[in-house]
Design a protein around this ligand. Structure first.
Ligand SMILES: *Cc1c(COP(=O)(O)O)cnc(C)c1O
Length: 348
C-alpha cells in the first residue's frame, strides 16, 4: 500500500510553512492594516496593491467545475514547471534519491532533477514510443521516488498505453506523475478521474497549450488531498500573481472558443500530415495525439535551416535519441500551415 510518509522528505514532514498575512486572516473586513501594503492604491488603478489569494480559491472553483475534480485536489503552479520542481523538493532527498525518466520525453524533468541534485535513471521508450515496463521494474530501487510519464508525449506526440500506466500506478511505491499537457488534443481519456483509485497518482495539466495562456504561467497538478497539502506547504506563498489569477478566471469562461480551436487544430493536423507525406524528404510521421507532429526526414538540419531562412521556425529534435532525423512541428493556423507546405515545396 502507498503511504505518503514513506516517501516524504523528513525536513518537509516537519516543515512549519510560512504564514502570510492573507493566510492568518481570511474573510471580509473594511480596513486592512496587516500586510504592509500601500493603502492608497496602485498606479494601475486595480487591486494590485493587495497581495493575491495564496491558494487561488476562485480559479480552483472554476477549474473544479470544468474538470469534475474537487478544489482540494487541485494545486496551481507558476506553470506546470513549478509543480514539477515542487515534487522534487517535497519528495526527493538531494544526493540520495533518484527518479525514473523515459526518454525521449519533456526536457524539464531532467533539468529539475539536476537543479535539485537528484539522480536520474533513464529507461528509454520502446521503438513504438511505449513504456518498457520490465526495464522500469528493474531500474526501481528503494530510493526511487518519482516516475514521470508524459502522455501524450512530447516530442513524440503519441499517447502512452493506459494499461501500462495503470501497471506502474498499481505496483510502484513512489509517485507516478502523468503529464497531460496535451490532453485536450488526445483521444485518450484523462487520468484525473482515477485520483480516488490511486493514492500515488499526480496528474499535471496546464493552461499554456490548448487554453492559449502560455504567457500567464498557470499550471495545474491534480492529486490526493494529502499530496496537494504538501505541495501547498512547499510552494512560495504567492506563486500565482493577481493579474494571472484574474485573467485565468476570465479565460476559463470561454470553454466554447477553446473547444473550437482544438477541433480546428485536429483537422489541420490531419491535413498537414497528408500534405507532408507527399514530400520525398519525409520518411515518416508518427501518429499524434497532440497539437504537434514529429516528422522523420532525410535531412533534418537542412530543412530546419532552409525554413529559418524563410522565417519559419520548427523544432529540430534530430539529435535526440530515438528521434534521429526528426523535426517537431507545431500545428499552426490554416494560413501558417499553407505557408509551411508552400515553402517546403521549393526545398531541394
Ligand atoms: C509545454 C509543456 C508543459 C507546460 O509547462 P508550463 O510550465 O505549464 O507552461 C508541461 N509539460 C509538457 C510535456 C509540455 O510540453
Amino acid at each position: 500500500m502507498f503511504n505518503i510518509n514513506n516517501i516524504l522528505r523528513e525536513n518537509i514532514k516537519n516543515l512549519k510553512p510560512y504564514s502570510s498575512a492573507r493566510d492568518e486572516f481570511k474573510g471580509d473586513a473594511s480596513v486592512y492594516l496587516d500586510a504592509n501594503e500601500n493603502a492608497f492604491g496602485s498606479p494601475l488603478n486595480k487591486d494590485y496593491n493587495r497581495y493575491p489569494d495564496p491558494l487561488q480559491y476562485a480559479v480552483k472553483m472554476r477549474l473544479s467545475e470544468i474538470k469534475g475534480v474537487p478544489a482540494r485536489n487541485i494545486f496551481l503552479g507558476n506553470g506546470s514547471d513549478e509543480a514539477i520542481d515542487i515534487l522534487f523538493r517535497s519528495f526527493c532527498n538531494p544526493g540520495v534519491d533518484n527518479v525514473i525518466l523515459v526518454p525521449p520525453t519533456y526536457g524539464m524533468y531532467e533539468v529539475s532533477a539536476n537543479i535539485n541534485d537528484i539522480a536520474i535513471k533513464r529507461v528509454n521508450l520502446t521503438d513504438e514510443y511505449q513504456l518498457n515496463l520490465e526495464g522500469i521494474a528493474e531500474a526501481i530501487d528503494k530510493n526511487t521516488k518519482l516516475i514521470f510519464v508524459c502522455s501524450p508525449n512530447n516530442p513524440t506526440g503519441n499517447s502512452i498505453n493506459r494499461d501500462d500506466i495503470e501497471t506502474l500506478l498499481a505496483n510502484f511505491k513512489g509517485l507516478v506523475v502523468v503529464d497531460e499537457a496535451y490532453i485536450n488534443y488526445s483521444r485518450q481519456k484523462t487520468f484525473i478521474q482515477e485520483l480516488t483509485e490511486y493514492a500515488n497518482l499526480v496528474v499535471l495539466q496546464t493552461l499554456s497549450k490548448a487554453w492559449g495562456l502560455a504567457a500567464l504561467r498557470v499550471g495545474m497538478a491534480f492529486a490526493s488531498e494529502e499530496i496537494i497539502e504538501v505541495m501547498n506547504k512547499v510552494k512560495p506563498p504567492y506563486n500565482i500573481n493577481e493579474a494571472s489569477q484574474q485573467l485565468a478566471l476570465e479565460a476559463l469562461q470561454n470553454v466554447e472558443q477553446v473547444n473550437g480551436w482544438i477541433k480546428e487544430t485536429l483537422t489541420e493536423r490531419d491535413n498537414l500530415v497528408l500534405k507532408l507525406k507527399e514530400f520525398d524528404f519525409v520518411v515518416d510521421i508518427y501518429p499524434s495525439d497532440a497539437n504537434f507532429i514529429l516528422v522523420k526526414t532525410t535531412d533534418a538540419k537542412g530543412i530546419y535551416n532552409y525554413l529559418v531562412e524563410h522565417g519559419i521556425i520548427v523544432r529540430d529534435r534530430s539529435k535526440v535519441e530515438l528521434c534521429e532525423g526528426a523535426l517537431r512541428v507545431t500545428i499552426g493556423t490554416p494560413q501558417e500551415n499553407i505557408t509551411l507546405i508552400n515553402t517546403l515545396t521549393n526545398f531541394k
